[in-house]
Design a protein around this ligand. Structure first.
Ligand code: C5P
Length: 404
């Protein structure tokens, strides 16, 4: 992605203990391809240093109305005009009160008042402060004024109490911001996605699985959500949390994934099969743990699993089908052979040794028009590009079908 095409977000950090999560938020936004400009209140600097956020964002941090680095002394204007959005996280009760009343007595509150772009606010405070009628009034006023509130969540608080007012996790705020900014290329489309590995039991405790982390499938789910789609995700065993707003089904085996797909596919316009489905399952897994014996060898009988994507693509009226091919060599040849064999319009191909478990990926898209190589990038960025490509092909398929 070129620098000029990167979306720019101004992240405002105010003085709450949740400011420690802002560092992770900056990292996640930057990794997803967003350029981040941080502005901190002086109280925020008591919780986290500008140096940390400067290092993570790669941009100087501003804290003061009179910063000499802004030649015309108009930091409150200059810092916001090229931004796609302002996100304030954490937003204290005091800062929400200022926003609700249009106060502008420091750089962050002044630039929020002077902004032309949308403002997203992630409240963070003690549960009594959140429940206080003044804060309730302010939160309602902010929504009436067209601001987007992200959270808060309920849970353990830094003060030792438990309740509503805790700031959302950095990943949740990053997901919401990315989704807010994404072009709505799949608005209204229903997208079914499979992700992660499958686990095929050998006995009560052992099984056959693979190294898939689910990161790519979950990134595709986030990107589809951001593009305005209604997303259902069928996930094998992974250690990731489902993106907020996704309809999640957890499965373990390929057979269970097949059942879940069969149930849900009639409601899908697009099917994206990112899962690394086991090709074989153990014939008659043992109910109890197999004991070690003196026999030199132990054999497992394997039987093939159903080809879920192949089955979906062969339906009389299939959704728009997308497959993922992980190969360890001859990537384009093998992936194109798979695309033709499964009779699907789009195959995303990656080298297994570069993709599995990693945070970055480098993929090639194969469709009827040929091969399109994407640059190596974080999986969230790659997922957004894949979704943009799917949206383009899906639109032209829809238009072709609509022609008399
Ligand atoms: O395993 P293979 O490389 O053939 O996987 C290619 C595509 O087929 C992937 O999108 C994968 O999710 C899907 N697949 C499937 N059912 C299987 C095996 C693979 O849907 N049993």
């Amino acid at each position: 992605m070129t620098d000029s095409s990167r979306k720019k977000v101004l992240l405002g950090v105010t003085g709450g203990v949740a400011a420690y999560k802002s560092a992770e938020l900056v990292r996640l936004l930057v990794r997803s391809g967003i350029e981040v400009q941080v502005v901190m209140t002086s109280a925020a600097c008591g919780f986290i240093t500008p140096a940390t956020l400067q290092a993570l964002s790669g941009n100087p941090v501003f804290t003061d109305m009179w910063d000499a680095r802004i030649a015309n002394n108009m930091a409150h204007i200059d810092l916001t005009r090229d931004k796609a959005a302002i996100v304030v996280a954490p937003a204290t009760a005091d800062f929400m009160a200022k926003l609700a009343n249009g106060l502008a007595d420091d750089l962050l509150s002044t630039l929020c008042l002077a902004r032309e772009c949308p403002l997203l606010v992630a409240p963070a405070m003690n549960r009594q402060m959140w429940d206080n009628p003044a804060t309730r009034r302010n939160a309602a006023q902010l929504e009436r004024d067209g601001l987007t509130l992200l959270g808060p969540a309920s849970g353990d608080q830094a003060c030792g109490e438990t309740g509503m007012g805790r700031m959302l996790e950095a990943q949740e705020i990053a997901d919401a911001t990315i989704a807010f900014l994404a072009p709505k290329l799949l608005k209204g489309a229903r997208v079914l996605i499979t992700a992660g590995p499958t686990f095929e039991a050998i006995d009560a405790v052992r099984g056959i699985t693979n190294r898939s982390s689910g990161k790519m499938g979950y990134a595709v789910a986030r990107a589809a959500l951001g593009a305005g789609a209604k997303v259902a995700l069928i996930s094998g065993p992974v250690s990731l949390s489902a993106p907020a707003g996704v309809d999640i089904t957890h499965i373990e085996t390929a057979a269970q994934m097949f059942e879940a797909v069969k149930k849900q596919v009639a409601n899908a316009d697009i099917f994206i099969s990112v899962a690394a489905v086991a090709d074989y399952q153990v014939d008659q897994p043992r109910e109890h743990k197999v004991k070690k014996s003196d026999e030199a060898q132990l054999s497992l009988q394997l039987v093939p699993n159903p080809d879920i994507l192949g089955w979906v693509a062969a339906r009389p009226k299939p959704p728009f089908c997308v497959g993922f091919a992980a190969e360890s060599r001859n990537l384009d040849t093998y992936a194109e052979q798979k695309r033709r064999r499964k009779n699907i319009p789009l195959m995303v191909a990656n080298l297994a040794q570069h993709a599995i478990g990693a945070d970055d990926n480098e993929v090639m898209l194969l469709d009827d028009t040929g091969t399109h190589q994407l640059d190596r990038a974080p999986k969230d960025v790659v997922a957004q590009q894949i979704i943009a490509h799917i949206a383009k092909l899906y639109d032209s398929t829809k238009k072709r079908k609509a022609k008399p």
